[in-house]
Design a protein around this ligand. Structure first.
Ligand SMILES: [Zn+2]
Length: 437
């Protein structure tokens, strides 16, 4: 039952008790990695931390870990690398990243480290208001991507009735959702919109379905108020964001008390230590400033991460206490973008999430694509948009988008109208930004 599986008391720890818990767990983690984890033994040695002193080391003295450190290690020691604290025979789960940067990363878990992630998931479900009477549908194909399996298994532990919906077309999934009286759907924000678009084309009224909530992640869209508003309008249901990645697991959930027009994620600080540093540097930002999220995973000691530079841009709230009663760090506005996704166009910093927000404000636009090209040393953008067949004036939607972009970003970006169904649709993370040269 959720009461037994979900540790609500841990979420209500005072700030002092929380910091003590984190310090104790960090010390335990450092003891275990210095005993048997080759990857971190080498990293700590290179940082001048002796094995005998490791358990007492302060967080700020520990070295950062980057994605390229991990990829390099797996390249040198294939297939799994050396970030393994336990003997290989102890591991029971294999997953890998989507490899969007060209290097899928392999990740192993023991039964114990997997359990710690399921506990983190219970925080996400609890804040989303899930009940054991819920029927939750997982609208994706179950490949080697970690999020699906951990979300599914945690939901069974939580007590919900769980429906895998892999290997189906979008129409089949919509029928599956309706026929089984599904009350909650887990998917990417892009796919929540895709299902809504297909439902409209098939004359299926999803607003009349019993679906009350869509639990989304995997793209910045889940934190973009305009995208969430559009999902909520189409489904007549609440859209709830969370955050995680294969390397660290499910790390943050949406606060149920947050201002819906702004959004707020809480890092599950019983399982992670969160820091926010200046992008490209190593020093921390002041509370309220924007910086890169750095995470240390405390519960996944079999394949841990210490001071992992996530590349995700966040703004940590100034207040250490939230009105929901938790002392967990607040990421105001959720994940604001990825450091390496920012593009400078004629001196203006453009994040894909900013374009996403503008597109979702314009009624009638169902899909879009952004082409990035280099022209005479300058980066230029060009957009194509597809407009719903029900929209009476597609050209007006295109014009509105152009002027909104100019108004918000101060940039003129050419926008073309694409033919119905010509732009790619996505089931998982969308790839809407393409480089032309
Ligand atoms: Zn809160």
């Amino acid at each position: 039952m959720p009461g037994a599986f979900h540790d609500l008391a841990a979420e209500k720890l005072s700030l002092t008790a929380l910091r003590e818990l984190q310090a104790r767990r960090l010390s335990e983690l450092l003891s275990s990695v210095t005993a048997s984890n080759k990857f971190y033994k080498a990293k700590l040695k290179a940082a001048g931390i002796k094995p005998a002193d490791a358990a007492k080391a302060k967080l700020e003295d520990l070295p950062f870990t980057t994605k390229s450190d991990l990829i390099e290690d797996q390249g040198r020691h294939p297939p799994f690398g050396t970030n393994l604290t336990q003997p290989l025979a102890e591991y029971t789960r294999y997953h890998q990243t989507s490899g969007s940067t060209g290097h899928p990363m392999r990740w192993l878990d023991t039964t114990e480290s997997w359990e710690s992630m399921l506990r983190s998931w219970s925080c996400i479900y609890h804040a989303a208001g899930m009940k054991s009477s819920d029927r939750i549908c997982f609208a994706f194909s179950f490949g080697p991507f970690l999020g699906f399996w951990s979300a599914f298994e945690a939901a069974t532990r939580y007590g919900a009735l769980c429906f895998p919906a892999g290997g189906m077309t979008t129409v089949a999934r919509l029928r599956f959702i309706l026929d089984n009286g599904i009350t909650a759907v887990c998917c990417t924000p892009t796919y929540a919109l895709r299902m809504a678009e297909t439902a409209a084309a098939e004359k299926i009224n999803i607003r009349l379905s019993p679906v009350k909530r869509l639990i989304v992640a995997g793209e910045p869209g889940g934190s973009v108020p305009e995208t969430r508003a559009r999902i909520e309008e189409a489904w007549g249901a609440r859209c709830i964001d969370h955050y995680g990645m294969t390397e660290v697991g499910p790390a943050a959930f949406e606060c149920e008390k947050c201002d819906r027009k702004k959004g707020r994620l809480h890092v599950i600080e019983t399982g992670y230590i969160a820091e926010c540093i200046k992008p490209g540097k190593t020093d921390p930002v002041e509370p309220g400033q924007t910086g890169e999220l750095v995470l240390t995973s405390l519960g996944r000691s079999a394949s841990p991460l210490i001071r992992y530079r996530t590349g995700d841009i966040v703004r940590v709230g100034r207040s250490p206490h939230c009105e929901c009663g938790r002392s967990f760090i607040s990421l105001e506005g959720g994940i604001l973008g990825r450091a390496d996704d920012m593009i400078v166009v004629r001196g203006v910093n453009v994040y894909p999430s900013a374009i996403e927000a503008i597109v979702r404000r314009v009624p009638g636009i169902v899909e879009y694509r952004v082409e990035v090209s280099q022209q005479r040393e300058m980066t230029e953008l060009k957009m194509q948009v597809e407009v719903s067949p029900e929209e009476p004036s597609p050209k007006a939607a295109v014009k509105q988008l152009s002027s909104e972009i100019e108004h918000v970003l101060g940039l003129r970006i050419p926008v073309e109208l694409a033919a119905q169904g010509s732009l790619p649709r996505f089931e998982m993370k969308a790839k809407r930004w393409v480089r032309q040269n």
